[in-house]
Design a binder for this molecule. Structure first.
Ligand code: ADP
Ligand code: MG
Length: 269
């Protein structure tokens, strides 16, 4: 048995340039574990998130990302999702005219149909229907309750005029409905207030309680995040490499000392 989720010696550069940002990043996550990758601005955190999502602006030049025996870097974004990986968008787009509920139902139905087609040699069997509306409505109501979000939220247009906190709620709600095995979240370095941070953290914690086997990777600049979310593993990313890994105590140390003590280790020696 190989490992469940493993990033192996990942190298990523900005597409169409020679600029290497990730310079051999390795990380292993087992089922149920919560990991945080933290690092200063410009260290490559979002580059990692984009590379994991398959963003065309970031080119993987070396390494592998294995999930349950498959190299996800060879998969399309929707295949990654069907394999059980949830990748949260850092800058969610607004879709005026499409309600949160409609968006979620469309996403779930797309997955049901893609799964049915994949099992049928790539052809969608004609009898496949999406999730019945009463079933969907019940799931949605339960997810909103679990995340302590007002039911009226589901009737609003997705991200249209949403505050930062509401966008985060929509993201976490999507995660609750899609029930991923592994959730990867990149938290913006800017525009995320403490309120939004708390919403994400509580949402992740709640979902993790309801599914203790779910693996989580939170990528964030915010040391404060770790007051709310309780990762068992903390990694520090500097200049495209993980330079330090530890338990929750590492987060406390970072909160106190910042990142400088980890930079340019050759000068410390
Ligand atoms: P972080 O999320 O840790 O702040 P990023 O991954 O966003 O860091 O960026 C890492 C480095 O790569 C930065 O120096 C940034 O300027 C550069 N970079 C990221 N994306 C691009 C891009 N699309 N084009 C040019 N440079 C980029
Ligand atoms: Mg970033």
């Amino acid at each position: 048995m190989g490992t469940w989720f493993e990033i192996r010696d990942l190298h990523v550069k900005i597409a169409d340039t020679d600029r290497e940002i990730l310079k051999g990043l390795s990380l292993t996550i087992n089922p149920g574990e919560i990991h945080a990758i933290m690092g200063p601005n410009g260290s490559g955190k979002s580059t990692l998130a984009y590379a994991l999502m398959g963003h065309p602006g970031y080119e993987v030049t070396g390494g592998e990302v294995i999930f349950k025996g498959q190299n996800i870097l060879e998969m399309e974004a929707d295949e990654r999702s069907r394999a059980g990986i949830f990748l949260a968008f850092q800058y969610p787009v607004a879709i005026p005219g499409v309600t949160v509920a409609n968006f979620l139902r469309t996403a779930i139905n797309a997955r049901i149909k893609a799964e049915a087609a994949a099992k049928n040699g790539g052809v969608l069997p004609p009898d496949v229907r999406g999730v019945p509306i009463p079933v969907f409505t019940k799931q949605l109501r339960e997810a909103l309750q679990m995340l302590k979000v007002d039911q009226s939220f589901a009737g609003r247009y997705l991200n249209d005029g949403f505050s930062g906190g509401e966008k985060k709620r929509a993201e976490i709600l999507q995660m609750a409905m899609l029930k991923p095995e592994l959730a990867i979240l990149d938290e913006t370095d800017s525009g995320l207030d403490i309120d939004a941070l708390r919403i994400v953290s509580e949402g992740v914690n709640t979902l993790h309680r309801s599914n203790p086997q779910m693996g989580v990777l939170v990528i964030t600049h915010y040391q404060r995040l770790l007051n709310y979310i309780k990762p068992q593993f903390v990694h520090v990313l500097i200049d495209g490499r993980i330079v330090e890994s530890g338990g929750p105590e590492l987060a406390l140390h970072l909160e106190e000392k910042g990142y400088d003590w980890l930079k340019e280790p050759e000068l410390v020696d």
